[in-house]
Design a protein around this ligand. Structure first.
Ligand code: TRP
Length: 336
């Protein structure tokens, strides 16, 4: 039973507070899609977070609420998007077991996203099996909900590709059941770090978080990587690779003024501080309301968790039905 519905599903691993990189990469698409999707899901991927944090469950538990607050404060609206917690849906784990039989160890080791993360974490051959296999579990996250549109950052593309391989393999063996899924990418695929590194990330300490105060935002912008050859105000400056301009391009709504500043900067005669001050204002205006909503939600965490509990209960019911259908389709629905 292929679905022709427009169902969206995404999630975050609760391993830290989210930041502007997440906003640009996927949160803005979550917000856009929740209005048009027939169903929209937001999953807190705590099982996935545990694949490399088995010995640190507190980290995952503590960050669970943080990613929920970040998403709700940004506008992933629980009235439109069903929030649920991955570990509370046993059918996802169950589906993962069946999918694991349709993927080889060699294929798991080839996934570029997993490879990069393994290198970053220094795992080598001692990688936890669950970590190596997380793309399979992620396929189950997506397919158990019959999701079709997946807003993700570009680093997740190989995981979506692996999901579609599993779809084809499953359909080939058991007959048509799952529909292939589509990643939904944003125009700006990746946000650079404030230090000029390719990617803003919490672990690199080069990201701006939704919980950052105006002072912290100002400090981070003042320390941003610009053009190291632009020393005196009258020197001509470079705009490419200049983080301040990269961020202005993304977050400043006044495109004409940004173009104007770029021209002046390139010609010489415009100091870094002037441009940075503008960006500070732009980011404070953007993050301010998000931070305020976040603080308001944080004052009643119990109410937030209640919403997630209700979402999870709804999904638990749906998952039971889906799983039964899938097992029947596989020919293992022994008792009807
Ligand atoms: N792997 C994603 C990340 O690290 C999180 C995630 C888990 C996810 N399951 C998902 C994203 C399903 C989209 C769909 O950000």
């Amino acid at each position: 039973m292929k679905t022709k519905q427009n169902i969206t599903l995404t999630g975050d691993r609760p391993t830290g507070k989210l930041h502007l990189g997440h906003y640009v990469g996927s949160i803005q698409n979550r917000i856009a899609l929740q209005d048009t999707a027939e169903k929209a899901y937001y999953m807190i991927a705590d099982v996935q977070a545990l694949t490399d944090n088995a010995d640190n469950p507190e980290k995952v538990r503590e960050n669970l609420i943080e990613v929920i607050l970040d998403n709700m404060a940004c506008g992933v609206d629980p009235k439109k998007t069903t929030y649920f917690i991955q570990s509370q849906i046993p059918e996802i784990a169950e589906m993962t077991v069946y999918f694991l039989n349709m993927v080889t160890l060699a294929r798991l080791k080839r996934n570029p996203t997993v490879k990069a993360e393994m290198q970053q974490k220094g795992f080598g051959e001692d990688v936890p099996a669950g970590f190596l296999a997380y793309p399979v579990s992620q396929a189950a996250d997506i397919l158990f909900a019959r999701a079709t549109n997946i807003p993700v950052g570009e680093d997740q593309l190989p995981v979506i590709e692996q999901t579609n391989e599993l779809v084809r393999k499953f359909n080939h063996i058991y007959g048509d059941f799952f529909a292939e899924v589509k990643p939904v990418l944003s125009d700006v695929r990746r946000l650079v770090g404030i230090d000029g590194q390719a990617k803003a990330s919490k672990s690199l300490g080069n990201a701006i978080h939704f919980s950052d105060s105006d002072e912290v935002i100002a400090k981070k912008v003042m320390g941003m990587y610009t053009d190291p050859t632009h020393i005196k105000v009258e020197d001509p400056g470079k705009v490419e690779g200049n983080v301040v301009f990269t961020y202005l391009d993304i977050f400043d709504a006044d495109k004409a003024e940004v173009e104007n500043l770029k021209k002046q900067y390139t010609q010489g005669g415009l100091g870094d501080v002037v441009v940075k001050k503008r960006l500070i204002q732009v980011l404070q205006d953007f993050i301010g309301p998000i931070r305020a909503r976040r603080e308001e939600l944080e004052r009643d965490k119990a109410a937030v968790m209640k919403i997630v509990e209700e979402g999870t209960k709804k999904v638990q019911e749906e998952a039971k039905v889906y799983m039964k259908e899938m097992k029947k389709h596989m020919g293992i629905g022994y008792f009807g």
